[in-house]
Design a protein around this ligand. Structure first.
Ligand code: NAP
Length: 474
């Protein structure tokens, strides 16, 4: 396997100020060590992105589109290899990893197509005194920071629109999962991205070094995906030089199941919404609200489906639930379940750390009351708290009772009701009668404390473009 383990700066693979172990969470074993970046390397990456920017911004859109198309083709051809790497460093099962790699490649295809479609405007002003020209220009060197839960898709969801727009990039992956990101950087190099346009750093002191970059006028844009906690820090840090920010932050998705639903189909959708990525997704259904008339039937069926999942090393035959990314993350999940039980929650299935190595936690269903503390946390694991509700108004009010607003799910046999409810849910996205809706061609993003901006869709490229108005006397 093509395992890159160095920094990538100005088109060169190089070492930095030290190294970092990358661990396979299914076994606890070290996969490899990667180089870390000190201040010197972070500065060099920013310098490279800054110097490469004018020439890259001036390339023809079709030129950039062809490189992105090539990246899509390479990634599609190498999807199994990438999926193995994702599974190895992240712990998720191979089928989820493969699904992620395919989804991730699609961002290259979508933004290759978008590269040649940014539209401007040319019209007379209403008073007739001038001509209005509106055009778009790349913002400039952009810092892209990604989390560990989707190491491929979160990188391509940023790299593809950045390159499409004509921005240069410095990618910083999560310290738990840098290998997939490094693979993608290598793939972009092979696809023909000129030197300095894409750089990769893994700072040895994340907070301090990213802060320094955000106080350097050469940097013009930050695109971050990760926790709301870190997002808040980065928004504050970006304020000093008024750096453009795009924030894809945490979620605490509600899943409303109305009593006119087909229970079997609703359980199947919840299984996808909850268990894709072993529950480690910002879109994961964390609060399952079920209407009273079907609550018992639904909970029993969900517990049966969750209890039947085979938990094993993500790369082993038939594995349906892999490991969490680390023992630390796994223990956080266990603590949340413990506090839910202490607050009166009833375990329907799962709920105990298994013996043996690896960061495993079993698929768990827990019946809780409306005020159980687990409902206030992003669980990021295979735990489904189920709450009973009575009326439509109560369901909506419970769903909206959170500072997050990324995605909500609605399941109902009555489409008119489902759309009515969707309109009242405070989230950037709503899934109706489906467990997953993410699509490179659709705008992904949240409201409230789930973020600022949208990735993917027609909006995605605009996270990397400035709008310029030129007024002309004609
Ligand atoms: P995280 O702890 O916020 O880390 C995300 C990234 O930020 C990592 O690369 C991390 O680097 C870096 N980071 C941490 N502290 C930083 C600081 N002070 N300054 C600059 N960078 C810093 O999140 P995570 O645990 O990796 O990922 C899980 C979170 O991501 C969840 O909250 C999830 O909901 C969210 N997420 C959101 C979306 C979305 O699209 N809305 C998608 C996926 C995930 P180090 O590894 O070096 O600490």
């Amino acid at each position: 396997m093509n395992l890159r383990n160095q920094l990538f700066i100005n088109g060169q693979w190089q070492d930095g100020d030290g190294s970092l172990e990358v661990i396979n969470p299914s076994t606890g074993q070290v996969i490899t060590k990667i180089s870390t970046a000190g201040e010197k390397e972070c500065d060099a990456a920013l310098d490279a992105a800054d110097k490469a920017f004018p020439a890259w911004a001036a390339t023809a859109p079709r030129f950039r589109a062809e490189i992105l198309r090539k990246a899509f083709e390479l990634m599609s051809a190498e999807v199994d290899e990438i999926a193995k790497l994702i599974s190895m460093e992240n712990g998720k099962v191979f089928s989820d990893a493969r699904g992620e790699a395919v989804y991730a490649a699609e961002f290259f295809r979508w933004f290759s197509e978008e590269t040649v479609r940014t539209q401007g405007d040319f019209r007379k002003s209403p008073s007739g005194d001038k001509t209005i020209i509106v055009t778009h220009q790349p913002i400039g060197p952009s810092l892209l920071i990604t989390p560990w839960n989707f190491p491929a898709a979160m990188a391509t969801r940023k790299l593809a629109p950045a390159l499409a727009a004509g921005c240069t990039a410095i990618l910083k992956a999560a310290s738990e999962t840098p290998l997939t990101a490094l693979y993608i950087v290598d793939l972009l190099d092979r696809a023909g991205v000129p030197k300095g346009v894409v750089n990769f750093v893994m700072p040895s002191k994340t907070g301090a070094m990213i802060s320094k970059m955000l106080h350097d006028p050469r940097l013009r844009n930050i695109s971050f995906t990760g926790s709301t906690e870190v997002g808040r820090i980065l928004i504050k840090e970006s304020a000093d030089l008024v750096i453009r920010t795009s924030m894809e932050l945490g979620g605490n998705a509600p899943f409303l199941v109305f009593d006119d639903s087909d229970v079997e189909q609703a359980v199947a959708a919840v299984m996808i919404a909850k268990m894709r990525n072993g529950g480690a997704a910002c879109t994961s259904a964390n609060r399952i609200y079920v209407q009273k008339a079907i609550a018992t039937q639904f909970t029993d069926a969900l517990a049966k489906a969750m209890g039947s999942l085979k938990m094993a090393d993500g790369l082993s035959e038939g594995a349906q639930l892999g490991a969490s990314v680390s023992i630390k993350e796994r223990n956080k999940i266990a603590e949340l379940v413990e506090s839910a039980v202490n607050a009166g929650g009833k375990i329907e299935v799962g709920g105990a750390i298994p013996a043996g190595d690896g960061a495993f936690y079993p698929a768990t269903v827990i019946s809780v009351s409306k005020d159980n503390p687990i409902l206030n946390h992003e669980i990021f694991g295979p735990v489904a708290p189920v709450v009973t509700f009575e009326t439509e108004a109560e369901g909506i009010s419970l769903a909206n009772n959170t500072e997050y607003g990324l995605i909500s799910y609605v399941f109902s046999g009555d489409m008119k009701k489902a759309i009515r409810v969707a309109e009242k849910l405070e989230s950037g996205m709503v899934a109706i009668n489906r467990g997953v809706i993410s699509d490179p061609a659709a705008p992904f993003g949240g409201v409230k404390q789930s973020g600022l901006g949208r990735e993917g869709g027609f909006a995605g490229i605009h996270e990397f473009l400035e709008t310029k108005f030129i007024g002309v006397e004609l």
